[in-house]
Design a protein around this ligand. Structure first.
Ligand code: CTP
Length: 414
């Protein structure tokens, strides 16, 4: 059980903080809510104390005592700026200056405020100091606009807090399998390994409300993340506009656009033993998206698209030191299968998961899939099955590749 200071700042997302308090308490933590005066315009402090099952603190400095983690959700642009510059003008910002230990923040604000260079610079300052930033998602905001800025879901924040607390118990733990996999007797090549999975489909803005996207739901990537976790791996899921719930126990990073996937994959892949690129990443994006909503008129709207970076090819081109790299390919028919065979070599991958998107009821936005697993050692057709079973077949192959690279490593160093 940890002692968690939970800062809540002013914004409509303060309502979602109620659920976060509940989840943290349910996970067995002692939670001290620190709502700012701005937050109390939306939710009374007493509500947070009641959910935390504590009496309103009598001590004027409750926030300066020992705390294992400081979590701020929602974090407004204003408090973010204060944190970046070390201001201490209320109980929460004082607590932030006094706190030593993990800081997890979940920003929530209007899209234009979030995208403003001043806000992004402040986010970078916090990240450079080691803060964990739970990126806001894309969706409808309180003002009716659609865009990035909506606070991440409480379950996602609670999962990330749990991981930050596990990290606290000593860096040696990092190299060990998660406790529950030890307890449940899980064994296999994925135990204790870092697995990075991308899932969903990216959306490339045309203006502040419209985008170019694809039909990927994220089911396949989510099934892979859940299965890797079940096999004892430490999983990070880069989530591009998932339409299904992410699994418990994995770290989730929202990556709504191809640029987000590229940046986060770049940052996080170095520490990964396995990278699975299951997301449908846009191949093209509008060169000049409108900053605001483009008004409707009778003139033809011509959009110029530019190619995005091929993230997977970039990963394949680097030195990998035994890292297993998995790509997905959605094509049609035998010619498609041939192109995916070529992709194994062209992008220097260890495994290509080919699915024929011309088949009814499989692939994009479906519950089932039917794939061919292509490796240098050969091919294996996996017949039509629910995506969790396909995920298990893919990870069987990944475990085989991990074992193989371990043996090669041994014979190389012998
Ligand atoms: N991918 C990527 N970066 C992109 C596009 C795709 O990393 N900008 C990854 C996807 O996550 C997937 C694989 O590359 O793992 C798909 O490869 P791609 O060459 O795009 O093949 P298809 O999408 O099957 O087909 P096409 O070549 O027609 O795009």
């Amino acid at each position: 059980m940890a002692r968690i200071l939970l800062g809540i700042t002013g914004g409509i997302a303060a309502y979602k903080a109620c659920e976060l308090v509940r989840l943290l308490v349910r996970a067995g933590h002692e939670v001290l809510p620190l709502p700012t005066p701005g937050a109390e315009r939306f939710v009374a402090a007493e509500t947070f104390y009641a959910l935390a099952r504590i009496a309103p603190p009598a001590d004027p400095y409750p926030h300066l005592g020992r705390a294992d983690a400081l979590v701020i959700a929602p974090l407004t642009a204003n408090t973010l700026a204060k944190l970046a510059h070390g201001l201490a003008d209320n109980v929460l910002t004082e607590a932030a200056l006094a706190h030593r230990g993990p800081l997890v923040v979940a920003p929530a604000m209007n899209t234009r405020m979030w995208e403003h260079p001043a806000t992004q610079a402040n986010v970078d300052v916090l990240r450079d100091r080691g803060a964990i930033v739970v990126e806001p998602g894309v969706g409808e905001l309180a003002e009716g606009e659609v865009g990035a800025g909506r606070m991440a879901e409480p379950a996602e924040i609670a999962t990330i807090v749990a991981q930050a607390l596990v990290g606290l118990e000593g860096s040696a733990l990092e190299a060990r399998p998660p406790e529950d996999s030890v307890q449940s007797g899980v064994s296999g090549a994925l135990v204790g390994k870092h697995v990075l999975v991308t899932a969903g489909g990216t959306r490339e803005p045309l203006d502040s409300v419209r985008f170019l996207g694809n039909r990927s739901s994220g089911r396949m990537g989510v099934a892979l993340a859940a299965e890797a976790r079940r096999r004892g791996a430490k999983v990070t899921l880069l989530a591009a506009n998932l339409t299904v719930d992410p699994p418990d126990g994995v770290q989730i990073v929202n990556t709504p656009t191809a640029a987000d996937v590229e940046r986060e994959t770049h940052v996080r892949s170095a520490a990964a033993d396995v990278v699975v690129m299951a997301a449908a990443v846009a191949d093209y994006r509008p060169v000049e998206p409108w900053a605001a909503k483009r008004p409707k008129d009778s003139v033809t709207w011509k959009v110029v698209l530019e190619p995005t970076a091929d993230v997977l090819a970039g990963l394949g081109a680097r030195e990998r030191n035994g890292q297993v790299l998995v790509g997905f390919g959605a094509e049609t028919g035998a010619a498609g299968l041939d192109r995916k065979r070529a992709m194994l070599h062209d992008k220097n991958l260890d495994l290509v998961v080919y699915n024929d998107v011309s088949r009814e009821g499989t692939g994009f936005d479906a519950d089932e899939n039917e794939v061919v697993l292509i490796t240098r050692a050969g091919e294996r057709a996996v017949p039509r099955a629910p995506k969790p079973l396909i995920a298990a077949a893919v990870l069987d192959e990944v475990e085989r590749l991990l074992e193989q690279s371990k043996q090669e490593d041994r014979s190389g160093s012998a």
